[in-house]
Structure formats: structure tokens, C-alpha cells
Design a binder for this molecule. Sequence first.
Ligand SMILES: Nc1nc2c(ncn2[C@@H]2O[C@H](COP(=O)(O)OP(=O)(O)OP(=O)(O)O)[C@@H](O)[C@H]2O)c(=O)[nH]1
Ligand SMILES: [Mg+2]
Length: 320
Amino acid sequence: MGIIDYSMTILDKFLNGDQAALARIISFIEDREEGYQKVLSRLYPLSGKALKIGFTGPPGAGKSSLVNNIIKVLACQGKKVGVIAVDPTSPFTGGALLGDRIRLTDMPIDGSVYIRSMATRGSTGGLAAATGNVAVALDAFGFEYILIETVGVGQVELDIIDTCDTVVVILVPESGDAIQALKAGLMEIADIFAVNKADRPGSENMIAELNMILEIKRRNSEWELPVVATEAINNKNTDDLMTKILSHLDHIKQTGFFEKHRREQIKRKVYGILEGYVRQYLEDRILTAADLDKAVSEIYDRKSDPFTVSEKLLNLSSLP
Ligand SMILES: Nc1nc2c(ncn2[C@@H]2O[C@H](COP(=O)(O)OP(=O)(O)OP(=O)(O)O)[C@@H](O)[C@H]2O)c(=O)[nH]1
Ligand SMILES: [Mg+2]
């Protein structure tokens, strides 16, 4: 039995609601095993219903703690929740490196909540794409909400958040100032702010500072860009946060932005896939066909130039 046949058998189990098959399919997609695109092609038509909410912010801000609380609110309402915890910095998930950090474990065991960690295993390339693909699997499996936790420190993480409908940016009093978040590009992507660890000193200042920065943005925005003070460890104001999340989703549905944004995401997805094909073509056809070292020498010796050489290589590769 070929690997694709095998994955299709697993897919049948997946379609019957088997969580072990879900886990297998996710690994298959995450590892980009041979034929993973075909699996995604089967899943894609079943997806599109889940609401995707991103949680991002500096390391240790309380993202997992807040996600934990949100899961509980949703699970109490009988909702099915899929969670993707992206850990781009550490190859260990749930390991010693996390120290006293919250682990998403204390959850109902009736299958209504499914949590998956994703690590980069040494490379950041394609993490955003892989996360989007895993979200498709969770969506197709029937989870109504998909929560995506990611550390907001770099471009890849911001790209991951682009998979979501609504983005919650989590800041803490001691993360210094809101300017820091501004620098990290977090202000741009936030629909809702949570100032977590509100039990700590400085949270009121932080909120005031944030509101000041947001004043201008709010003037140009139909959405209120709310700031919610939370205490994740004491499960304080989780309901407020959830209410803001739901009203943001309502707002974007009413204004048509929900659909517009999802269409843009699809466009970027197709663009990304095409970029991958073109890169592959470059490596397989153009660069292998060429005697690159010879070309480099020619350029180095000023017998040719990078532009002429590149054009020649392109023409060479299009020969039958
Ligand atoms: N004082 C206080 N501590 C909190 C609060 N929320 C979370 N913490 C603590 O902050 C630490 C980090 O919490 P996590 O939920 O793991 O934070 P995180 O943002 O998911 O961390 P990473 O995923 O490692 O970036 C833990 O020790 C929590 O107990 C809060 O509201 N107040
Ligand atoms: Mg975490």
C-alpha cells in the first residue's frame, strides 16, 4: 500500500470523527509527507466554518493561561474547540524549558477540546503555512472555534496570526511599555488588547498608555479596539474578553470585512503555493541546467554581468 493510499485510509477514519486519525493527519500535514497536498485538497471543501482566533504577545505574557480560560468558557457552552500552540523558539514543547509556564492539559476528555503544539524543529521556513494547513484539518474535523497561540516576536509569528479572523494581543505591565508592542508590529494586527497580569503594579499606567496610542487609530476605525484588563491566573475578566471577541466577529461579519479578509487570505495562500512552485522550478530546472560556477567566474572577471547571465539562464531553462 502506497503512502497516499495509507493516508486516504486514515482520512476515512478522520471523516468518521476518529481523533487518533486527526492526530495522524495533522502530523502528515505538518511534516509535509508525500501526498499531503492531496489530503488537504480532500479536507478543504469541508473547512471554512470554524472561527479562528489568534492570541499573541511577548513570551510569558499569559497567552496559554488566557487560552486555557477561553477554552473553558467555550467548552462550558458545549462548543468544540481546537487549539494550536505554536512554539517557534523552543524545540521542546511541554518540556523542562517551559518551566512553570502553563501547559494546556487540564481539559475535558470528551473529545470536545483538542490541543496541538507545533514546533519548528530548527527551521522557521513554512511555519505559517503549516499552521494554516493544520487549521484547515481542525476546521474540517468539525471544531467550531480554533484558537491559535503564538509568541509575538517576529515576522513568522505575525504571518501565523494572518490565518485568524480575530486577533487578541496580550500585553503585561512589566513588558515595559506599549511602545515595545508598537515596535514589534503587534499594534497593527490587534483587534482586541488584553492587558494581563492586571494584579501586578503598573497595569493602570499600561492601560492608559495603550489607550493614548490607540486614540488616533480608533478615530479611523469603525471598530472600538477595546482594551480588557485580565488576570488569567485568577480567571478574572475572561467573560469580558470572550464578549469582546464575539462582538468583534459580529462586527466584521456585519461590515463585510470577515469575507473580504478571508478572500485576501486565500489569495495570499495561493500566492505562497505558487512561490513555492517557482522556487522549486528555479532549483530543479534553472540552477541545475546551469554551470553556475562558470557564470560566477565570468561575472567576477567582468566578462559578463549578473543581469546578462540571469537572462541567459532563464532562456536556457525554457529549452525543451
Ligand atoms: N501574576 C500573574 N501571573 C500570571 C497571570 N497570568 C499568567 N501568569 C503567570 O505567568 C506565567 C506565564 O504564563 P503563560 O500562560 O505560560 O504565558 P505564555 O504567554 O503562554 O508563555 P509562553 O507561551 O512561554 O510565551 C505563569 O507562571 C503564569 O502563572 C496573571 O494574571 N497574573
Ligand atoms: Mg504559552
